[in-house]
Design a protein around this ligand. Structure first.
Ligand code: 5AD
Ligand code: SF4
Length: 418
C-alpha cells in the first residue's frame, strides 16, 4: 500500500518531477512503515544521511509520510529537526497546502484522521501511459485488533471506497495501459463499498474490457466469505494466488493474538478455496516468538505449514510495538525466536522451491513487465505471481502470452514462447 500511496502523493505535488538521485532533489518525502521496530527505526538513520544534502542545498525540503508519521508525529521533528513536513497516511491529500506552507519556511505537520474522504480530495489521476500492472487501494484500516499489530492505530478504522470510485480509477488505469490490478486493503476482504462485498467488486471489475487480471491483498481468514471463495473458482480474471495470513498454528497463541479464528477453521477455509480452485497458490504471514510461545505451540505452526503447503510466505520475529496489548507481555528470548524463525523459514523455503520447481513443463500465461538482463529477454509474471524470464519472446511490455516453463532458477522461472 505504501507503493500506491507514494504514487498518489507524487501526483499531488504539481510542478515537481521525480528524480532517482537524492542529490538532485528539491524535496525528499520518505514513506514509512511502523509494522515492526526495525522498519520504524530505519527512518532515523536514513534521515541522518540527508544532513549533508540539506547543507549543500538549503532549499531542500524533507518530509516523512506513512505510518511512522502517524504513530510518532511530533516526536519525529524532536528527534530529527531537519524534517520540514510530517504527514500521516490519511491526510496526504493535504500535501499541496503543506507544500506551500513549508516553502514559506514554516513546518507543516498533519497526522489527524480527517473527516473528509482523502480520495475525493486527491489530485485527479493523470492520463499518461503507464506499465501493465497497478495497485488500487479499495479499503483502508482495520477493526480486527490483533494483539501485536499497530495497523488499527496507524491506519484507523476500516473504511471502504465506493464501488463507483473504484470503477472510475480502474478504468483510468486500463485506459493508460494497465492489464492487471491488485486491489489493496489492510483487510481487503472486509471491503463493503459494493453491495456484494469484495466478490461483487471483483465481478464488476472483471467486466472491464482490457483488464485481464485481478488480484487482491491482504485478507483475514474470517472475511473469506462464500462469494469470494466461489469467485476463485468461477471468475477467470481472478488470478489463482491468495495471500491469507494465519500468523500461528497454535490455537493457544491465536487466542492470545486475538486472531478470532483457530488453526482448524483456517485449514477449513483453505480446503474450500482449493475445492473451488485446485491450483490456487497460497501465501501467508507467520510470527514466531509471540510472548508465551512454547515449543509445542511452535511445533503446531510447523504442522500447520506442512498441512497447508505454501507456495510463498513471509515470516517474522515478533516485534513488540508500543501501544499494542501484546507489548505489555514479557519479552520473548531473542535467540530462541531467531532459531525458530530459521526452522520455519527452512520449511517454507522448501515448500516454495517445490512449488516453483513443479511449474517446469507447465504452460502458464505471462504478462510481460520489463526487458530482462540478456538481449531480447523479457520478464513478466505468471498467473501464480512467479517471475518468468523468456528469451526471444517477440513480446512487448504489456503483452500477455502463453509460455512453456523449461527451468526453475533461484528466484524465478525460465520459459519458452508457445
Ligand atoms: N511483529 C512481527 N510481525 C508483525 N506483523 C504485524 N505486526 C507485527 C509485529 N508486531 C506481521 C504480520 C502481518 C504482517 C503484515 O506483518 O504477520 O500479517
Ligand atoms: Fe493487523 Fe492484519 Fe490483525 Fe488487522 S487483521 S490487526 S492489519 S494483523
Amino acid at each position: 500500500m505504501n507503493v500506491y500511496d507514494s504514487e498518489r502523493m507524487a501526483e499531488t505535488l504539481v510542478g515537481y518531477e521525480q528524480t532517482d538521485s537524492p542529490d538532485d532533489a528539491d524535496m525528499i518525502l520518505l514513506n514509512t512503515c511502523h509494522i515492526r521496530e526495525k522498519a520504524a527505526e530505519k527512518i532515523y538513520s536514513e534521515l541522518g544521511r540527508y544532513r549533508p544534502l540539506k547543507d549543500a542545498n538549503p532549499d531542500l525540503k524533507i518530509g516523512v509520510a506513512g505510518c511512522v508519521a502517524q504513530a510518532e508525529g511530533e516526536e519525529i521533528v524532536r528527534r530529527q529537526p531537519l524534517v520540514d513536513l510530517v504527514v500521516g497516511p490519511q491526510s496526504y491529500h493535504r500535501l499541496p497546502e503543506m507544500e506551500t506552507k513549508i516553502q514559506s519556511g514554516a513546518r507543516a505537520l498533519d497526522f489527524e484522521f480527517p473527516e473528509e474522504d482523502k480520495f475525493e480530495h486527491l489530485a485527479k489521476r493523470p492520463k499518461a501511459k503507464r506499465g501493465p500492472t497497478a495497485f488500487l487501494t479499495v479499503q483502508e484500516g482495520c477493526d480486527k485488533f490483533c494483539a501485536f499489530c499497530v495497523v488499527p492505530y496507524t491506519r484507523g478504522a476500516e473504511l471502504s471506497r465506493s464501488a463507483a470510485q473504484v470503477m472510475d480509477e480502474a478504468r483510468n488505469l486500463v485506459e493508460r495501459g494497465v492489464r492487471e490490478i491488485t486491489l489493496l486493503g489492510q483487510n481487503v476482504n472486509a471491503y463493503n463499498g459494493h453491495p456484494s462485498g469484495l466478490a461483487g467488486m471483483i465481478w464488476d471489475l472483471a467486466a472491464i474490457d482490457g483488464l485481464d487480471r485481478i488480484r487482491f491483498t491482504t485478507s483475514h481468514p474470517n472475511d473469506m466469505d462464500d462469494a469470494l471463495i466461489e469467485a476463485h473458482g468461477s471468475c477467470e480474471k481472478l488470478m489463482p494466488y491468495l495471500h491469507l495470513p494465519v500468523q500461528s498454528g497454535s490455537d493457544r497463541i491465536l487466542k492470545a493474538m486475538n486472531r478470532k479464528h483457530t488453526a482448524e477453521s483456517y485449514v477449513r477455509v483453505i480446503e474450500r478455496l482449493r475445492t473451488a480452485r485446485p491450483d490456487l497458490l497460497l501465501s501467508g504471514d507467520f510470527i514466531v516468538g509471540f510472548p508465551g510461545e512454547t515449543d509445542e505451540d511452535f511445533e503446531d505452526t510447523l504442522a500447520l505449514v506442512r498441512e497447508v503447503g505454501y507456495g510463498q510466505a513471509y515470516s517474522f520475529k515478533y516485534s513488540a510495538r508500543p501501544g499494542t496489548p501484546a507489548a505489555e507481555k514479557p519479552n520473548f528470548p531473542a535467540d530462541l525466536a531467531s532459531e525458530r524463525l530459521q526452522r520455519l523459514q527452512a520449511l517454507l523455503g522448501e515448500q516454495q522451491r517445490a512449488t516453483q520447481d513443479a511449474m517446469v513443463g507447465r504452460e502458464v500465461s505471462v504478462l510481460f513487465e520489463k526487458p530482462g538482463r540478456q538481449d531480447g529477454q523479457m520478464v513478466g509474471k505468471s498467473e501464480y505471481l512467479h517471475a518468468v524470464h523468456v528469451a526471444d519472446s517477440g513480446a512487448e511490455i504489456g503483452d500477455l502470452r502463453p509460455v512453456r516453463i523449461v527451468e526453475s532458477g533461484t528466484n524465478s522461472l525460465r520459459g519458452k514462447p508457445i
